[in-house]
Design a protein around this ligand. Structure first.
Ligand SMILES: [Zn+2]
Length: 80
């Protein structure tokens, strides 16, 4: 039953723009096994500025770890 996770409104970031990514829709949630036990993770469909669509984990979106489909990161590596 309860696994210590607070239920959140998964739709609260729909339509948000996070740098190059736009959150299109909520896709699914699942429990992941981590060192600290089971944690629920929410996944979203995001569209990148370059047109790529990717499924990205909520935690990576809200903490801005992921801000593009990968195209920006590649660029930065070479741009300095
Ligand atoms: Zn991209």
């Amino acid at each position: 039953m309860e696994k210590g996770n607070v239920l959140i409104n998964v739709n609260d970031i729909i339509g948000k723009r996070l740098d190059k990514l736009e959150v299109i829709s909520y896709v699914y949630s699942r429990y992941d096994h981590t060192k600290g036990g089971e944690r629920i993770r929410h996944y979203y469909k995001c569209e990148c500025e370059c047109g790529n669509v990717k499924i990205i984990q909520r935690g990576q979106l809200v903490s801005e770890i992921v801000r593009s489909c990968g195209c920006a990161r590649k660029k930065k590596l070479w741009q300095k």
